[in-house]
Write a new protein. Structure first.
Length: 455
């Protein structure tokens, strides 16, 4: 795949409609009218993190992504622990998208067609379609992910532009003035974890190393371009939504889905645009996340960090079908088992938050691993800015949203999530230590499958 294809897969994985619909109200609740500034700060934080994957990918582009990079820097025990921990985190976070795929489709069908199909069945249907497409091949699934994403993007921009035109009398620079931040920097901090979560999926292109043309050049470019593009989209949507609400932060905070309410009040006939954008968003996201995140599971199975079953390749389509089906079905199982009698939006909130904790912890470990890896294997090429200062800033900026997710005093069940994540980390570390002790050859297998320049 070329640069534009892997960027499309990355943007599809991020799913801007779903992330913005359900996150912006919370961000405004923390930052106030100047909420777009929180999004910009989150984008900068992700750019610092993308430097880590970019630098690693220049030296060792790998489908294993975080797992390979941590394992190369800290050894096989750390790599095995990271593989189990991040796959579990990704599967839990993916359950949020699976749940909302059924919930959003249910609401859309009921509102516009009067059809009332249980959202659980729609989840299962979406999962089956996704599994079929990704198992058929990365090109066909990426093509459909791109089609869904660009359709989604067009609908979102159409709705936002309509809101700006209708409410043009309220146009102002207020959303970008630091003086409008509620409680100053503390206000930024309140919505910052969710703003960072809205970018999860930015790392998608790194796991497509073996399918990418010239991965050492294209992956770093895709990481940066994807992050900046989606950041610009979020800022535009945020600005349009605030203008439609006449910069009334309280009203936005009280709205369950501010973008929907803003479009309903500004251009009611276009409301279907927002609902269609939501449907295409969840489908493109399911395709993008399964394509990328299941490849980490595949790579770990192929290298012996996890059961070899996950490292199987389809004899005809040459896809890591076992890992893909296992990953997406695990996300579906989490959705149905733990959310059968719950509202899908609640499942989205719970699993999205819980899954993000291990993901951020692995981001943190990978950022710390970069200078260690460069000093160990490429010491003559060590650059203080790229390999020390920027990673240090990345660590600081990662700790900010991570603390927001684990700090004491959160309401139930969010107060239980830090303990659950800690237990998962402990299990992963024990697993990694035992596996490394039992299989000393792991030190040679980690990172042994590296995408070549000529792939």
């Amino acid at each position: 795949m070329g640069l534009l294809q892997i960027i499309a897969s990355t943007l599809a994985n991020i799913a801007p409609a779903v992330s913005f619909y359900f996150g912006f109200g919370v961000i405004v609740g923390g930052a106030g009218v100047a909420a777009p500034l929180t999004i910009i700060v989150a984008m900068v934080a992700i750019l610092f993190l993308s430097n880590t994957l970019s630098e690693f990918s220049k030296y060792r582009p790998s489908t294993g992504s975080f797992v390979t990079f941590i394992g190369m820097a800290f050894g096989p025990a750390a790599g095995a622990a990271a593989s189990l921990f991040i796959v579990a985190g990704y599967a839990i976070a993916a359950a949020a998208i699976v749940a909302i795929s059924g919930g959003w489709a249910h609401d859309t069908l009921k509102l516009y067609l009067g059809i009332d199909i249980p959202w659980q069945l729609l989840c299962a249907g979406a999962t089956g379609i996704c599994g079929f497409l990704v198992a058929r091949g990365v090109k066909i699934s990426t093509l459909w992910a791109a089609i869904f994403f660009y359709f989604e993007l067009g609908l979102l921009l159409t709705g936002a532009t309509a809101m700006l035109i209708v409410n043009r009398a309220s146009l102002s620079a207020a959303p970008f003035l630091p003086s409008n931040l509620s409680s100053g920097l503390a206000g930024v901090g309140l919505g910052f974890p969710l703003a960072v979560y809205a970018f999860v999926g930015w790392e998608n292109s790194a796991t497509l190393a073996e399918e990418t043309e010239n991965p050492r050049r294209n992956i770093p470019r895709a990481l940066a371009m994807g992050t900046v593009t989606i950041g610009a989209v979020y800022v535009f949507l945020a600005y349009a939504t605030e203008i439609a609400f006449h910069n009334n932060a309280k009203a936005i905070g009280n709205s369950t889905i501010p973008f929907i309410d803003a479009l309903r009040n500004s251009a009611g006939p276009l409301l279907i645009v927002a609902y269609l954008a939501g449907i295409t968003s969840v489908f493109s996201c399911l395709l993008g996340l399964t394509n990328s995140q299941a490849r980490i599971l595949f790579s770990a199975g192929r290298e012996g960090l996890l059961p070899v079953f996950f490292g199987k390749i389809h004899p005809q389509h040459r896809t890591p079908h076992a890992a893909m089906w296992a990953f997406i079905l695990a996300a579906l199982a989490i959705t149905l088992v733990f959310g059968w009698n719950r509202d899908p939006v609640k499942i989205f909130d719970y699993t999205g938050t819980l899954g993000t904790i291990p993901i951020l912890m692995v981001y943190l470990a990978t950022t710390i691993a970069l200078p260690v890896y460069i000093v160990r294997f490429h010491n003559s090429e060590f650059d203080a800015i790229r390999h020390a200062v920027i990673p240090l800033l990345g660590v600081v900026l990662t700790l900010f949203p991570l603390w927001g997710l684990v700090q004491p005093g959160q309401p139930a069940p969010f107060n239980l999530f830090p303990a659950i994540a800690a237990a998962g980390l402990a299990i992963s570390v024990v697993y990694g230590v035992l596996l490394a002790h039992r299989s000393p050859g792991l030190v040679q297998s980690i990172g042994s499958y590296v995408a070549d320049e000529e792939y």
